[in-house]
Ligand binder design. Sequence first.
Ligand SMILES: Cc1cc2nc3c(=O)[nH]c(=O)nc-3n(C[C@H](O)[C@H](O)[C@H](O)COP(=O)(O)OP(=O)(O)OC[C@H]3O[C@@H](n4cnc5c(N)ncnc54)[C@H](O)[C@@H]3O)c2cc1C
Length: 376
Amino acid sequence: MSGKAIDTLVIGGGLHGLSAALHLARAGRRVTILEKSWVGRHASGASAAGVRTLNRDPAEIPISLEAMEMWHGIAGLVGDSCGFHAHGQLNIAEHAHHLPKLESRLARMREAGYEHEELIDRAELLTLVPAISPHCVGALIARRDGAADPHRTLLAFRRSAEAAGVTIHEGVGVDAIEQAGDDWRLRTPAGDFIAPTVVNAAGAWAGKIAAMLGDDIPLGLKASMMIVTERIAPLLKPVISIVGRPLSFKQSEQGTLVIGGGLQGRADIEAQKSFVDFQELAKGARAATDLFPSVSALRIVRTWAGMEATTKDHLPVICASPNAKGAFHAFGFSGHGFQLVPVVGAIMADLVIRGSTERSIKGFGAKRLMQQRAAA
Ligand SMILES: Cc1cc2nc3c(=O)[nH]c(=O)nc-3n(C[C@H](O)[C@H](O)[C@H](O)COP(=O)(O)OP(=O)(O)OC[C@H]3O[C@@H](n4cnc5c(N)ncnc54)[C@H](O)[C@@H]3O)c2cc1C
């Protein structure tokens, strides 16, 4: 492709591609994003946009806490609040036999030196969420957690990236990757794009891109589903999940209830579509009405599903390619990558520009998954 020289080609215009591109461009790199559909078409546009440190895998906690600091100053990074509100996230114990699980989580957090999670009793729970059913006995809370607006977040990251000089090509999918001397040549229907470094942020399709680069990384696929209800008067502020049941429950700024929690629909990766399974979705609606009986008569106005790659240990792949010099991976967020967006972009810039990062990414190497396949 003729035109200005490109330092880095980012494959995928989801939030992770945008964030990596933004951080790289602010560090002076000439960056182009290639997006096969349109920005935010897949997981990033379908996201519940929960901004959660609560109950994170210990390997993710250091970067998740740094991301949380970034969310609290997100307007400084992308010029907009992204609709982020920090009203806390709570993991509810419905019955007394659920409490030991929360207590042992808290003990592990304290042992590791973390203070961001706390246990609250029934009285405090009812003060924070008066609408919750009084049968609930307590909760684990991360008070600085919250939720954002996914579409506002996409717009803010896109605008900031473009303002920093990033070029975004939509409707331009990468079909093949070849080495061209010290560069990578990306073949697309719109012609070839050439650059010395490539960032693979292709979401559900990242395994295919990794294979084009010579990395055989086994990935799974999930199609998480969401429900949105009609608007109602203010009901609750924090984001709610429950021990032992799939639920994430919150109220948007507009007054709609947004219900998810990892309930799975069906994904067709070739057709690039995901489908809602209404029987499965009913479990989320049931959990929501058990906790908030007052919402049981509400109308559902929209449901959808979004596709994302998963890894065996549910931790992402954030690393330099083990086999391809100048190639980097950021994918496999396994249903909880929205919160990590600001920090993972900064990590990708560290890796691309300096070849290393001071941030803790030990658990996120691609080799851990490639070794599993070799051993299988
Ligand atoms: C329903 C749902 C709810 C969620 N809720 C939460 C939540 O509450 N909190 C949280 O932290 N996380 C949540 N997540 C997860 C979070 O949204 C994702 O981890 C995150 O958005 C992933 O962003 P991404 O940029 O890696 O992927 P995507 O947004 O999927 O972007 C990847 C992009 O790559 C493009 N692409 C693929 N192949 C090619 C190619 N060959 N050439 C060019 N482009 C290509 C795709 O078109 C796509 O736009 C949720 C996800 C879903 C689906």
